[in-house]
Structure formats: structure tokens, C-alpha cells
Design a protein around this ligand. Sequence first.
Ligand SMILES: [Zn+2]
Length: 365
Amino acid sequence: MPESRCFVCNDVITSANRSKEHIILNSVGGKLKSSEIMCSKCNGEMGSAPDNELALQLRPIANHLGVKRDNGKTPAIPAKGSKGQKYEILDGGKPTLGEPIVEFDSKSGEMHIEVADVSQARAALWKFKKEHPDYSIDVEKILMGFQRKTTYLDDTISYNVNWGGKLAFRSVVKTALDYYAYKKHERKHIVQLLDYILGKEEMSIVKMYYPDKSPFEFVKNEVLNIVHIVGDEKSETLFAYVVYLGCFSCVILLSDHYQGESFTDTYAHDVMSHNEVDKKISLEMTLEKFINYAPYTDCFYRNAKIAYDNTIDAGICKQRSDELDNVIKTAFDDIEEGGVINQPAIQKLQDGIVRYAKHLLHIKE
Ligand SMILES: [Zn+2]
């Protein structure tokens, strides 16, 4: 096997200095990784700030899609309800209360509290007890009377999405260079970018990219992570096209004095089916087109919204399918394998389906 060299410092990679690198961030469902492209020293020097920033920007979508990280965790994201209530959005887009809602009518002595779980309830009750010493309440006794209820949320939840910027773009370029190195292309054509990804030099080489004609054919309910690199001997250009979660898409000018052979490399992975897919990308980028491409125009936002909506729809479709699975699982949970389906199970199934249908049709319970 030919030796591998670190594409950053050019040192030979050995068993002593190898380090695993996710070519596409694991937090957005990236599965492609390699221990043959970067040494541990350079990986350390690269710093995690750009990757963290990009991961943070894409977290709401990754969360909505229920993207699983290798460590099995999906971090919650903070969100707000229409009246400013704090929510947290959990794995698969499920909202839960971010803080307890406590309403107390001192005239009637009636108290209404909504909480996400028992520990939140306990904290809320103790806080209440401390603030209202006149009322003698037995926290543990109240907690014993609690019943868990799962309900559909009849509210609109909002969260912030900010995309792009210098820090996140460094992570995008790193994805392109990782893939370039993974495909064993020559280091000498990209050395000019190393100071950029290490944060030592500023360069304007990344543009968020939503052309009128998408470079790839969209398939319903497919959500792709894509890295596509094109080297062109004739025009001496090296371009990359990177898409995260089907909707965060960028074009990168890796070199405008590329002296190598022409090539095209494409990696596309569907985060919904967990499969690598064969995708034809027609980037058709030239130096002139790149320079003249103007992001943040009306067309840009319209095309970006189409891509974003497609991804969100795929997530909703998955959530609905998971929800129905859950209704069936809940109904038949108590029946042993090979057991008889009894009346209570059928009743539970009916109730679950009715509740689900009401939610879909926006009928209040
Ligand atoms: Zn190195």
C-alpha cells in the first residue's frame, strides 16, 4: 500500500500519528471518515471552532430530521412558543418544555403547573414553596399524584437559523479538502488554502450557492450530504460543491491556477436512508460565473427556500411515519410475541390513531 501523507503538513502518516477525520461532520449525519488524510498534530491545530460553528448552524435541521451522531446523541435546541414560553426541541423535532409553566391564583388557592418531567416538577414545587411560605405544601405527596401525559402541542414554535459567515465557511472548505485528500489528489494544487483553513489568512473563496437550475436532481424524501470536486485542466480551475442536509449549499473556488489533470469526484449520502447514492452533479462552474454569481438576491432566497422546504418536508414525513409506528407499538406493547390481540389493545390503537388524525387535521382535543 502506498504511504499516506498528511495533506496539511505533508508528514507521512504512521500508526503513531494517525487521526480519524470525518470528511462531512458527524453532527449532520456524515459517515465518510478516514485515518489517512491528516496527522493528529494538524488535526489538533485545526481547532474545533469552525466545525462547531457549522454544526450549530445546522443543528435545528439535523434535529428536525432526527440525524443520529456516532455517539447516539442528538442535542436539543432552544426554541420559543408564540407567547414566549421556552421550549427545547428534542431528537426528531419533538418539543418539550424548557422551563416549567406555573400559574397560581392566590384568591382561590388553585395552582396550575406544566412541566416536562418529574425533576422539573420537583424543582418548580420547591421554588413555589420557598416563595410562598404561607402555604404548607407537601412536595413529594403532590408528585406522587402526578400523571404523565403526552400531547400534541397546539402552538407554533420558532427558533433562529443563521447560515454562513467566515468561521463556518472554513469548515466547508475543510470538508472539500478532506475529500480531495481522501481521493488521493496532489497536495501541491491546494497548499495555498492551508493557511485559510487554519485561520491564518482570509480569502473570499466560498459562496452560498442556489442557482435557478439545481446542480443535482431532487428526489422526494431524499436528504443529501454532497461533496463534489471538479478539476479542469483547460480552464485551470478547481471547484468544489458542498451540500449539507440537502439545503446548505456552497460553491468553493479551490484554485484558479490548477495545473493538474481533469477529474470529477462525487460523494453523495442520503441521511434519511443512510445510504450512499449515485448522484449526477452538473455544476458547470467557470471562473467568470463564480465571480459574477451574486448571493442574497431575490432568486437566491427563492431557490434556497425550495431546498430548505424539501428538507423540512422529508423530516415531517419521517416524523409522521415514526409517530404511527409509535401508536402501533404503544397499543401492542403489553401483548407478548405470539399472543392474542385483545380488546384493550384495539381500543388503544383506535384512540392513538384518532388522536394522531386530530393532530394532523388541527382539531383541538
Ligand atoms: Zn500534519
